[in-house]
Design a protein around this ligand. Sequence first.
Ligand code: UFG
Length: 318
Amino acid sequence: MKLLVTGGAGYVGSVCAARLLESGHEVVVVDDLSTGHEDAVPDGARLVRADIGEVAGELLAEGFDGVLHFAAKSLVGESMVDPAKYWDGNVLTSLRLLAAMREHGTPRLVFSSTAATYGEPDQVPIVESAPTRPTNTYGATKLAIDHAITSYAKAHGLAAVSLRYFNVAGAYGRFGERHTTETHLIPIVLQVAMGTRERISIYGADYPTADGTCVRDYIHVLDLAAAHLLALDHAVKGEHQVYNLGTGTGFSNKQVVEACREVTGHPIPAEFADRRAGDPATLVASSAAATAALGWTPERTDLRTIVSDAWEFTRARG
Ligand code: UFG
């Protein structure tokens, strides 16, 4: 297939673009490089350096079999202080992309949705029919886009799949996580192991969890990429399918720090700090629907494997 990958210079987008190319697809990456990196675009992909909201029509006029839409603003904290950046950058941009797909008859869409669409869950593991009550603007914008996609699928015959990622981690060779503003737990802990940060602050030790720290469901970025390839094959005209992607197992922040100590051999000094606003105690996915419908099963579920791959990537970059 000829595929347009928006945000293909970013973390998840670059890994997926690499796997799509390795599977024989033709890939065009569109990325404005506001948070992505030009050297993260895999060899063999054509890079168009632009905002997808501005060039969607022109690009899709070339004729594409599908779009994988990763490009987004994705910092939860920033979304609360600068909501316009998220409503414009995520929702407006995606509406322009959907309009261009409709105009040029692009048949398939795979969209990067998020666990943040659910907010604080009543029950874990979280199933797709759980209430969607996002606690931050980032999650609200992704949910709004999910609703728009549902309408376009019904009204205009789009074949769409939204994938709701839980905590993405790990790396694939030279493709990994490198945000200028890093807020995610594993890369921050690995910065301590690299010596570029003194200690890790664990936000909150009084949550209603086994050890008092938050619990998250870490999914290896390669397993995530595999789900995108399957979603492309299983997209059905006129339907919008929504799937959670996680492993179904939660690890506490303390367990993550401990796994990083084991993998890196570094003592990683840690301290407890106040809770971070908006953090749910436990987020664990039920991915039963993705398994049943897409035939997807995560393979790299061991936390040490995930951390080892991230560590190898971090060390290689120095
Ligand atoms: N944490 C720390 N110290 C840090 C950084 C994080 O203790 O320095 C904790 C957080 O408080 C949280 C856990 O580590 O308890 C995981 O935090 P991350 O920031 O790594 O990930 P989140 O669970 O907050 O966010 C992830 C995605 C978001 C998505 C969200 C869905 O990164 O994009 O899941 O809920 F919106």
